[in-house]
Design a protein around this ligand. Structure first.
Ligand SMILES: Cc1ncc(COP(=O)(O)O)c(C=O)c1O
Length: 388
C-alpha cells in the first residue's frame, strides 16, 4: 500500500468512492426503459437489419448535425473508410491528418488504400495546425482529415480555405465531437463528409459498436448506402465491391433514445469543465483552452503536466482514475513507420504524448466529485507562483 494511502476507517465514504474516468451505468439506467420499448418493437417486427429505426435515426442525426443526410454504419472507423471510398480516394493518394489522433483515423486511410501524411498540431488547442498544412501538400494529396480531438473543433475556416485553394476534399473525423460547433455550425457539416463513432464511451454511444457518416451530397449518400451493404441497390445485384458495415437496428434503438438527451448531457459536460477550471485555475497544470468561437463538447478533459505519470499514480491511490489519449504518436506505430511527417518527428505531438492526461469526465459528474479531484491534485502539486 502506498505511504500516502489514507486507511482511516472513519474517513468519509464519499471521499474514497471510486471516481472512474467514464461512468456509463448511470446514463444507461436513465434511458433503459425507452431503449427496451424500442427494442421490443424491433423484435416483434423482426426487422433486424436496416430496420426502420436505422432510417429514423439517420434522419434525426443528420438534422442534429445540420446536414442533409446521414448513413448509419457499423463503427466510426468504417465511417471514415467508407467516406474516403465514396469520395473516390484510393491507392496512390495521400491524405493529410493530425499526428495525435486515435489509430483508427490512419487505419481508415490505409484501408482505403491511400497513404496517411501526419501533420503536427497546435500546442494550444491540440488540433491540426493549419499553418503547417501547405508544407504537407504534394501532387498526390487528395484530402485532409481534420480531427476534432477531445470534442474541441479543429480550425475549420483556415483548413477549408487551404483545401479550396488546393482543390482538396475535406473529411472530418468528428468521432469525439457530437454537437461541437464553430460559430453555431456543427462539426461534421463543414467538409464533404463528417464521420462519427458511437462506441459506448463516446458522447453519443451505443450499447456496442456503431458509427455514421453525414453529408450534404446526394452522390456521397448513395455511394455510402451501396458500400455499406455489399454494393447492392437491389438484393443480390452487386454493382460494385461493397462491405458489410451497416448500423445494427438494435443499436439504432439505443441511439434514438440517447439522441433525445444529448443536448442536456453536453451542457452537463460543459458545466463539469467549468467546475474543473474553478478548481484547477491556480495550479501548475495546463488546462484545455476553449477558443472563443467554438462550442467544445468535452468528450475528454485533457490537461498537461511534465510529471503526469506521478500525478496519475497519486490519483489512483485516492481512487480517482485518469486516462492518456494517446500515449504514442501514430507515426511511431509499426504500420506507419515509413510515413511522412510534417515537420519531421512532429515535435508538438511528441511532447504532448509524454505530458497529457485525461481527468474523469462524464455528464453525471457532481460538483463534489470535481472538487475531490481538484483537492487531490492540489495536495500533490504546488499552486502557481504569483508574480509580486
Ligand atoms: C478520433 C477517433 N477517430 C476514429 C475512431 C474510431 O471509431 P470506432 O471505435 O467506432 O471505430 C475513434 C474512436 O474510437 C476516435 O476517437
Amino acid at each position: 500500500m502506498p505511504d500516502n494511502f489514507d486507511s482511516d476507517s472513519s474517513m468519509n465514504h464519499a471521499a474514497t468512492t471510486p471516481i472512474p474516468l467514464v461512468d456509463l451505468a448511470t446514463q444507461s439506467q436513465a434511458i433503459k426503459q425507452d431503449v427496451l420499448r424500442r427494442m421490443d418493437q424491433v423484435i416483434d417486427a423482426g426487422r433486424y437489419i436496416l430496420g426502420q429505426e436505422v432510417q429514423e435515426f439517420e434522419q434525426q442525426f443528420a438534422s442534429y448535425c445540420q446536414t442533409k443526410s446521414s448513413v448509419g454504419l457499423a463503427n466510426g472507423t468504417d465511417a471514415i473508410h467508407l467516406a474516403l471510398r465514396a469520395l473516390g480516394i484510393g491507392p496512390g493518394d495521400e491524405v493529410i491528418t493530425a499526428g495525435n489522433s486515435f489509430a483508427a483515423t490512419a487505419f481508415a486511410i490505409a484501408y482505403a488504400g491511400a497513404t496517411p501524411v501526419f501533420v503536427d498540431v497546435d500546442e494550444v488547442d491540440f488540433n491540426l495546425d493549419p499553418s503547417l498544412l501547405e508544407a504537407a501538400i504534394t501532387e498526390r494529396t487528395k484530402a485532409i482529415i481534420p480531427v476534432h480531438l477531445y470534442g474541441q473543433p479543429a480550425r475549420m475556416p483556415e483548413i477549408l480555405e487551404i483545401a479550396r485553394r488546393h482543390q482538396l476534399l475535406v473529411v472530418e473525423d468528428a468521432a469525439q465531437a457530437h454537437g461541437a460547433e464553430i460559430d453555431g455550425k456543427r462539426c461534421g457539416s463543414f467538409g464533404q463528409a463528417g464521420c462519427f463513432s458511437f462506441y459506448p464511451g463516446k458522447n453519443l454511444g451505443a450499447f456496442g459498436d456503431g458509427g455514421a457518416t453525414v453529408t450534404d451530397s446526394t452522390e456521397v449518400l448513395e455511394q455510402l448506402q451501396l458500400l455499406r451493404n455489399y454494393g447492392q441497390k437491389v438484393k443480390n445485384q452487386h454493382d460494385q465491391l461493397g462491405y458489410n458495415c451497416r448500423l445494427d437496428t438494435l443499436q439504432a434503438c439505443v441511439l434514438l433514445a440517447k439522441l433525445q438527451h444529448i443536448e442536456r448531457w453536453t451542457e452537463q459536460r460543459r458545466q463539469v469543465a467549468d467546475w474543473y477550471r474553478e478548481e484547477l485555475l491556480d495550479m501548475e497544470l495546463t488546462l484545455p483552452v476553449e477558443r472563443s468561437d467554438v462550442r467544445h463538447v468535452y468528450h475528454l478533459f485533457v490537461v498537461r503536466h511534465p510529471e503526469r505519470d506521478r500525478i496519475i499514480e497519486h490519483l489512483k491511490t485516492r481512487n480517482i482514475f485518469c486516462g492518456i489519449h494517446y500515449p504514442n504518436p501514430l507515426s511511431q506505430a509499426q504500420p506507419f513507420s515509413d510515413c511522412v511527417t510534417v515537420p519531421l518527428d512532429l515535435p508538438v505531438v511528441s511532447r504532448l504524448a509524454t505530458e497529457i492526461f485525461s481527468l474523469p469526465m462524464y455528464p453525471e459528474m457532481t460538483r463534489e466529485q470535481v472538487s475531490r479531484v481538484g483537492q487531490e491534485i492540489r495536495s500533490f502539486l504546488p499552486a502557481k507562483a504569483v508574480a509580486s
